[in-house]
Design a protein around this ligand. Sequence first.
Ligand code: AP5
Length: 343
Amino acid sequence: MERTGSAPIYVQCNPLLDISAHVDEAFMKKYDVQPASAALCSEEQKPIYADLENQKDVCYIPGGSGLNTARVAKWMSGKKAPVTYVGCIADDKYGGILKSSAEKEGVTMNLEYTEKEATGTCAVCINGKERSLVANLAAANCISGKHIASPAVQASINGSKIFYLTGFTLTINVEYVLTVAKAAHAVGGLFMMNLSAPFIIQFFGEQLKQVLPYVDIIFSNEDEAAAFSEAQGFGTKDIKEIAQKAAALPHEGPKDRLVVFTQGKDATIFATKDKVEEVVVPAIAAEKIVDTNGAGDSFVGGFLAALAADKPIARCCEAGNYAAGVIIQHDGCTFPATPDFTI
Ligand code: AP5
């Protein structure tokens, strides 16, 4: 493992190629896509990808929530933090695009290859100002316990201090998530998870419940925070109260649990069970915002890069907000050669 003064970061998620296009109401209705939602694709929705590829403005962008975060963390660290990404793809064109684009940016791709399915894709349906995501995990769903136990992944785990898994990993096999969570603590690292989407909280609540005691830092946006509050029966819609109540849930980590909630242009909240603070988000003129795809993912990327450099949490939030601010001024999760932000 290279020595850089930055703690090594381990990210695990579903590698997906985003297929993005503008669509009309009829398209949304045809595939039963809810506005501004993120969901897994049903059998009936499978033709959506071919249909999107026939739209005249279709574009292909490396995506997958955790891969966005890994790429941004590497970029924000000035390429200093060693960042390893673990997931499963196929040896096909889309898999090749995902692997090479992340490797070009310096992310170590520790991938499993499957022959059972094609590389995963995510339909990004842009209808007016709203964007809805329908993920077809395909190869990503085939990640195996054998890969997690492989010498290459074990070496990454043993050499890392910051572990980040998206909530989306809970849809595959909770045992894989628990294995990494426990290993993270065994090597003296911090285990972090994003709630990722309301459907994770609503339909994978049992899996989330098993993992939560190990989660040292919880990330989410305000919609997921509200869904979490409802699922936990917190009886509040106040974002600061939700953060503190989430922080106070049973936890087996080395320090008090931290909860970080983003709220778009509104202040970022961070809380432990005893204290809640906020960090102002620098204003960005509406006409400068190209698309908010990956805002939350890139916030976490910036946050992790600053945390890897041992910065205080308020500074980590500032780094996250800077990174997200840059990404929303570019198409998809893309960024200029170097960040104009010193961690
Ligand atoms: P997407 O839904 O775009 O992910 P995201 O990163 O969560 O972005 P959002 O736009 O939803 O942001 P947010 O609500 O989390 O954050 P917030 O608005 O609080 O999807 C991204 C990826 O997910 C895709 O690439 C896709 O492949 C993948 N995906 C889908 N399904 C998947 C699955 N099953 N498995 C794996 N991957 C999957 O904003 C965060 C920060 O941004 C703020 O704190 C602020 O700093 C900044 N910001 C936002 N808005 C403003 C503003 N108006 N002004 C200034 N700053 C702003």
